[in-house]
Design a protein around this ligand. Structure first.
Ligand code: HSE
Length: 308
C-alpha cells in the first residue's frame, strides 16, 4: 500500500452579495473529506464516494479527478492516485460542494508529492475542479476552502488571492432549501454587461465591505451587503428567498443574500446569540411555507483545508 493522506475541506459562502466571483469565506461545517493514496498506476482511480449517490467515480467526470490530474501533470511525476471521497456537502447547494472536494484533493495530492506547490498554486489546481463542475474556473469558493477565513480574488490573470481580516464576532446562518441549482444554469441567467451606474454601486459596496471587515465596523458591513448584479436575476430560482431575507434582517442579521449561486441563503450576524435568533426566524419561514431544508450556524472560520 502506498503513502496515504486524509484531508478535510470546509463549505464556503461566495460572492457575499456585492463580490460576485471575488469574495468568499469558510464555514466550520459541513465539510468534505478526501483520502488519497499514492499508486504506481499513473492514473487517478476513484475507489468510492460516500454521502452522495449522484457523483461519478469516473475521474474524467469528477472534480477530484480533474484536480489530481492537473496537479500530477504540473509536477511532471509519473505517479497515480487512488481516492475515497466522503461528501458532507450536497452538490448544487450553493455552499461550495465542488470547491471543498477540489480543495481537499489539491492539498492531499500536494502532501503526497512532498509539498512542492504553494497554497496559491493549489488554488489554480482546485480551479480545474470548478471548471469541470460549472464550466467556469472561478476561485471565490476554492480560495477560502484552502486558506480559511475571508478571501478576495483581486485578479484572475494573474491569479492574486488576498486573505482579508476576519472580525471576531462574525457568524453565518445558512438555510439550504432541499433542491439543487446547477451553477452553470445560475450563471447563464446573468447579463454579461453591467450598466456603469450599477457597477459603481456594486464596487462601492465591495470596497465598503472590505473596509468594514478591517475596521470591524458592523454597521458598514451591514450597509455594504447589497447585490445589484446577481441577486436580481437569480432570486426567483429560490423558493421563499424574499421572505427568508426579510425575516433574517428583521430579526437582527447584518445582511442576507444568496450563497454562491444558490439555493442556499446566507445571513451574516454579529455574535452567536444574534445568529441564533436569525436562525430561528429563518427556520420558521421555511416551516410555515412547508419547505424542506437543512440549516447551519457557524462562525466565519479561520480554518481551511487540513489533514484529519
Ligand atoms: N461566484 C460563483 C457564482 C459561485 O455565483 O456563480 C458559484 O458557487
Amino acid at each position: 500500500m502506498g503513502r496515504r493522506v486524509r484531508v478535510r475541506a470546509p463549505a464556503t459562502v461566495s460572492n457575499l452579495n456585492c463580490g460576485f466571483d471575488v469574495l468568499g469565506f469558510a464555514l466550520n461545517e459541513p465539510y468534505d473529506i478526501v483520502e488519497v493514496e499514492l499508486t504506481r498506476s499513473r492514473s487517478v482511480e476513484i475507489e468510492a464516494i460516500t454521502g452522495c449517490e449522484t457523483l461519478s467515480t469516473d475521474p474524467g467526470k469528477n472534480v477530484v479527478g480533474a484536480v489530481l490530474t492537473a496537479l500530477s501533470s504540473a509536477a511532471g511525476r509519473e505517479s497515480g492516485f487512488r481516492v475515497r471521497i466522503e461528501k458532507g456537502i450536497k452538490p448544487g447547494s450553493g455552499i461550495g460542494s465542488s470547491a471543498a472536494s477540489s480543495a481537499a484533493a489539491a492539498l492531499a495530492g500536494n502532501l503526497l508529492l512532498d509539498n512542492i506547490f504553494s497554497v496559491s498554486e493549489l488554488v489554480r489546481f482546485a480551479m480545474a475542479g470548478e471548471r469541470l463542475a460549472s464550466g467556469t474556473a472561478h476561485a471565490d469558493n476554492v480560495a477560502p476552502a484552502l486558506y480559511g477565513g475571508i478571501t478576495l480574488v483581486r485578479s484572475y490573470e494573474p491569479l492574486d488571492i488576498v486573505q482579508l481580516h476576519v472580525p471576531g464576532a462574525l457568524f453565518c446562518v445558512i438555510i439550504h432549501p432541499e433542491m439543487e441549482i446547477r451553477t452553470s444554469v445560475a450563471r447563464s441567467l446573468l447579463d454579461p454587461h453591467v450598466p456603469l451606474a450599477t457597477a459603481v454601486r456594486q464596487w462601492g459596496n465591495v470596497g465598503g465591505l472590505v473596509a468594514g471587515f478591517y475596521r470591524e465596523d458592523y454597521n458598514l458591513i451591514s450597509r455594504s451587503l447589497e447585490d445589484f448584479v446577481a441577486e436580481p436575476k437569480r432570486a426567483a430560482l429560490i423558493p421563499g428567498f424574499r421572505e427568508l431575507k426579510e425575516s433574517a434582517i428583521k430579526s437582527g442579521a447584518l445582511g442576507a443574500g444568496i450563497s454562491g449561486s444558490g439555493p442556499s441563503v446566507f445571513a451574516l450576524c454579529r455574535g452567536a446569540a444574534a445568529a441564533g435568533a436569525v436562525l430561528k426566524s429563518m427556520q420558521e419561514v421555511m416551516m410555515t411555507a412547508g419547505l424542506e431544508f437543512k440549516a447551519y450556524l457557524s462562525p466565519v472560520s479561520l480554518r481551511g483545508a487540513e489533514t484529519c
